[in-house]
Write a protein that binds this ligand. Sequence first.
Ligand SMILES: [Zn+2]
Length: 522
Amino acid sequence: MIGQESTVRALQNALGQNRLHPVLLFSGTRGVGKTTLGRLIAKALNCEQGMGPEPCGRCQNCEAIDSGRFPDFLEIDAASRTRVEETRELLANVSYLPSRGRARVYLIDEVHMLSGHSFNALLKTLEEPPPHVYFLLATTEPEKVPVTILSRCLRFALRRVPVDQIAGHLALVAGKEAVPSESAALGLLADAAQGSVRDALSLMDLALTYGAGSVREADVAAILGTLDHEQLHALASAILKKDRQRMGEILGVLHALEPDYAGILESLARLFVTLACRIELGPSLPAGMRSEDEARFAVWASETDPLDLQIDYEIIRKGLEEMRAIDDPELTFDMTCVRLLAFEPDRAVRRAPAGQDPGVPTSDWKPPQAGPGREAPSDSPPAMEAPSVPASRRPLTQAEWPSYVSDLEISGMAREILNHTICTQYDGKTLMLELAQNFANLLTTQLKSRIDGALRERENRDLEVRIEIGDGSGETLAKQRACQMEQEQEQVQAELNRDPNVQKLLERGAEIRKGSVRPTRR
Ligand SMILES: [Zn+2]
């Protein structure tokens, strides 16, 4: 269990005193550990070593719970079983004694998805649960759970796991599996996971296949289509200092990278909020910052007017809105950057006499006097019509899919996800893809619509794209590339070994560190 220390402690105390509340509700965003916690409780109640706060994790009961084979631990996904008949069926056995363990544990995930009738059926049981039964309800949207249900629950709000802690966990996993990893790379992954340990692990898997067995910062930045840590801070610094020349250089670099522009704006917004909190609330908040950033934030905090951050945040939000409406992220991104340089708050607002409502500062945006050197540094090219692509309009075979994906106009995370798919069917109207389970949680609706868009454009028709979850077998572009990288690596290593100078060094007892020789990526 990573993070959630206070919740874990409270539950352990209750378990230790044999006073666990029979109905618990865990709320929190995706991947913060709701089901992991549920399993821990089921184990604590049913461990063969005795009931208590520290289940052994090795006995038959513990192992059966971990692998989902324990008859008295029922995991139910409410999203797929919303009907009242299904709920009744589920609750029919509640009053029977557990068949193998001491307690029967129901874990109902996404409980807010149940229908009104289902909630009523559940409520009857929750009002008087039999002594051997525990209900663990998990939800990402607690406000959608009826008050009648909530009043029966002991509630725990799980927080997003801090970046530092996720990065630490990734380092632990990488260390255990002897995977070479750069700590900056793990930091980027942890950042991108937004508090979800599960997402962080999936992202690391992506990075591992991409980097042929190692996790490097440049690779991770390429996958995420984002800027690496230093690049993002350089961009932030250019905005805060209104450094037009630097901004021009950065935009030039970005255009060549074709990054995930929306992702960059999101990161920038988060950075400015962190900075604003730091200025207004002091250095204790918010927690979870990487320690090497502390010094940089301290300097920014001393040099920045918080009013500027208010406006910057508004401008970025507006930019993100426009990005959703206009299908040209680069154009919108450039305009947003220009606005970030051009607009300054009306600093008189803050000095408004007491009693007068100074109003929201953003309503008083006004550009500073234009003068020499004040012109926007970037001349954005006008939006161009996409060149029409000849439609292939014929069924795609599984074998053709990897090279088809390779030619597709798409970048960043959406590309990485596609690289890991296989094509199971394409009849010209519906394209069926399969994505391995361990990457499924990364497929957001935003990424899905980017994938849809790229495929529709390529096929030049309004096709339906369905992505199903598979077992990860089958030839994907990612696997082909990883295999190729490995072969190239072996070649390079062999050439190096044949080099007479290297041979001399080897004779003198030098060693070539495993994995330190890499072919250059084209
Ligand atoms: Zn056990």
